[in-house]
Write a protein that binds this ligand. Structure first.
Ligand code: GLY
Ligand code: MN
Ligand code: MN
Length: 489
C-alpha cells in the first residue's frame, strides 16, 4: 500500500509539473515585488535585518480551514501566496558558508505530491526561484539549520507575535515551528507569566519600527498597483449599478448582497476586501452590520450597502445608500443631501498636504450644522449620529497602511454618514434613516481623481438608475417549497 501511494505521489507530481499553469497574466510582476524589497532595504537602519512571517492558516471547523489569505506585507514584498513561509531582508550583503553573497532569503513550504493532490499546487523552492525570481529560496525545513547570528545586527525588525498560531503536529517546520525557532535564534524575551527562554544577549529587537517603514512604502501606490485598485473599484461600482437596477421591495438583504457578489465573480474578483455590509432601515445604523439576515426589505426603507471587491489582492471600499422603492422620501432626501454636502466639502480640500483628519473635521462641522437646522439636535449637543472618521487608505488592506497626510499616489476613501436609530431622541419621522456615502480617490499632483464616480451618487443619478431595467428581472427561481425535494405527507 505504501509503495502504491508513493508511486501515485510520484506520478501525480510529474503530471502537476507537466501541466501548464493556467493563471491570469495580470498579477503584479516579480520585478514589482523585487523593487519593493529594494525600497524597503534602502529605508532600513544600518546593520539591520527585517523578518516577515506569512499569515497563519486558520481553522474554521474540524477538518475545514478558512480560505487562506496571505499577509498583505508578505505578499507585497514577495508575491508568495502560500502559508508557512518566512522572509529575511538584510540591509547589507551576508556571506553564506559556501561563500555565496546574498541580501534576502525566502523559506517556503516544500513540494509534497500527496498534500498538493488535496490542497493545490505549491511553488516549492525551485518554483519560488523560477516564478518569483528569488535567488535564495529554501524549503522551510531548512530554517532550523539556518545559521545566522542575529546578535551581530544593531537591529532585528519584525512585527510582534500574537501567540495565536496553531501547531500542525504532522509538520515539524510549519509557521508555528519557524516562530519557535526564530524566537530561540533571536533570544526573544517571553512576556512575564510565560517561560523566560533566554535573557536577550543584546537589546536589538525592534517590534515597532516596521510600522512606519511599511506605511511609507505601501501608502504610495505604484502605477501597477493603481491599475489593480482601479479594477477593484470599477467592479465594485458595477455591483452597485446592477443592484440599483435590480432591487425590489421584498428581496432579502442577503439576496441583494448576492447580486453584488455575483457581479464581482463575473469580473473575476477573487475575494471580498471585507465582509459585505447590506443593511436596510435601522440595520444600516450598525456600522459593520454583516449579518444581512433581514428576509424582506420594505418599500419605505433606505438600504445601506458597503462592499468592496478584492482583485489580485487590492480592494475597493464603496458605500451607496438607496431607497428600496426607487424614490427618496422628503426625510430620507434631507439626510442624504446633508451627507452628500459633507462629502463634497471634503472632496474640495482633498489634495497633497491635507491631513486625512481634516476631512473628518470638515464633514463633522457640516453635519452638526445640518442636524441642528433639521431640528434633530440642539446647537452644541453631543450625539452618536456620526461616530466615525471619514478617510483611510485602501490597497492590499481595506484599511491600508499609509501616512496621515495626503500624498500623490495615495488611494483613500471619503465616507461621511448619518445614522438615526429607531427610538432616537428626535422626531420619529427620522427613525431608521441611515446614510453613508463612500467613494474612492487617487491623490494626484494637485488634487484627486474620483475613482468610483461610475456608481450613481446624487439623488437624481440614483433615482434615474433605479428606473432602468435589470438583467435580474428575468432571473426567477422556483419556490423551494414547491420543489419535490420537500417531504411528502
Ligand atoms: N467598509 C469599512 C469601511 O468603510 O471602513
Ligand atoms: Mn471605508
Ligand atoms: Mn466601507
Amino acid at each position: 500500500m505504501k509503495l502504491y501511494l508513493s508511486l501515485l505521489a510520484i506520478l501525480f507530481s510529474f503530471s502537476l509539473q507537466a501541466q501548464e499553469i493556467d493563471l491570469p497574466g495580470d498579477f503584479l510582476s516579480k520585478d514589482f515585488h523585487k523593487d519593493r524589497r529594494e525600497k524597503l532595504r534602502a529605508s532600513l537602519p544600518v546593520n539591520s535585518v527585517v523578518v516577515f512571517f506569512a499569515n497563519p492558516v486558520r481553522n474554521r471547523a474540524r477538518d475545514v480551514d478558512y480560505i487562506y489569505h496571505q499577509d498583505p506585507d508578505f505578499y507585497y514584498l514577495t508575491g508568495y501566496k502560500e502559508p508557512d513561509a518566512l522572509l529575511l531582508i538584510f540591509k547589507d550583503k551576508q556571506i553564506a558558508a559556501n561563500g555565496t553573497a546574498y541580501n534576502e532569503i525566502l523559506f517556503v513550504q516544500p513540494r509534497n505530491a500527496m498534500r498538493e493532490m488535496w490542497t493545490g499546487r505549491r511553488l516549492g523552492e525551485q518554483g519560488t526561484k523560477d516564478v518569483l525570481g528569488f535567488e535564495q529560496a529554501f524549503n522551510n525545513t531548512e530554517f532550523k539549520r539556518y545559521n545566522v547570528d542575529f546578535t551581530k545586527f544593531d537591529k532585528v525588525l519584525f512585527f510582534d507575535f500574537f501567540n495565536d498560531v496553531r501547531n500542525d503536529p504532522r509538520d515539524s517546520s510549519d509557521l508555528y515551528d519557524m516562530i519557535v525557532q526564530f524566537k530561540t535564534k533571536v533570544r526573544y524575551p517571553e512576556k512575564s507569566g510565560t517561560s523566560l527562554a533566554v535573557e536577550p544577549a543584546k537589546n536589538n529587537l525592534d517590534m515597532k519600527g516596521l510600522n512606519d517603514l511599511m506605511a511609507n512604502l505601501r501608502g504610495i501606490k505604484t502605477k501597477d498597483e493603481i491599475e489593480l485598485v482601479r479594477k477593484a473599484v470599477s467592479i465594485s461600482c458595477m455591483g452597485q449599478v446592477e443592484v440599483m437596477k435590480a432591487i425590489k421591495p421584498g428581496m432579502s438583504e442577503r439576496e441583494i448582497q448576492g447580486i453584488h457578489e455575483f457581479v464581482y465573480k463575473k469580473y473575476q474578483a477573487e475575494d471580498l476586501g471585507y465582509p459585505s455590509i447590506v443593511g436596510a432601515g435601522h440595520n444600516g445604523c450598525i456600522l459593520h452590520y454583516i449579518d444581512n439576515y433581514k428576509p424582506s426589505v420594505s418599500s419605505k426603507e433606505l438600504i445601506l450597502m458597503d462592499l468592496g471587491a478584492e482583485f489580485h489582492g487590492y480592494t475597493a471600499d464603496i458605500t451607496r445608500t438607496i431607497p428600496v422603492n426607487g424614490k427618496f422620501s422628503p426625510e430620507q432626501k434631507a439626510i442624504y443631501e446633508l451627507v452628500l454636502q459633507a462629502q463634497e466639502a471634503a472632496m474640495k480640500i482633498t489634495k497633497p498636504g491635507t491631513p486625512l483628519r481634516l476631512n473628518t473635521d470638515t464633514c463633522r462641522a457640516i453635519i452638526n450644522r445640518g442636524l441642528v437646522q433639521l431640528g434633530i439636535i440642539k446647537p452644541g449637543e453631543k450625539h452618536l449620529y456620526f461616530p466615525h472618521g471619514v478617510s483611510h487608505h485602501i490597497g492590499l488592506d481595506v484599511h491600508d497602511r499609509g501616512g496621515s497626510i495626503m500624498e500623490e499616489g495615495n488611494t483613500i476613501t471619503i465616507e461621511p454618514g448619518i445614522y438615526i436609530p429607531d427610538n432616537a431622541a428626535c422626531d420619529k419621522k427620522w427613525w431608521g434613516i441611515a446614510v453613508r456615502i463612500e467613494d474612492d480617490y487617487l491623490i494626484t499632483k494637485d488634487g484627486y481623481e474620483h475613482l468610483s464616480k461610475s456608481a450613481p451618487r446624487t439623488v437624481k443619478e440614483i433615482e434615474d438608475m433605479m428606473k432602468q431595467p435589470s438583467a435580474f428581472d428575468d432571473f426567477v427561481l422556483p419556490d423551494l417549497d414547491k420543489m419535490n425535494t420537500k417531504k411528502q405527507n
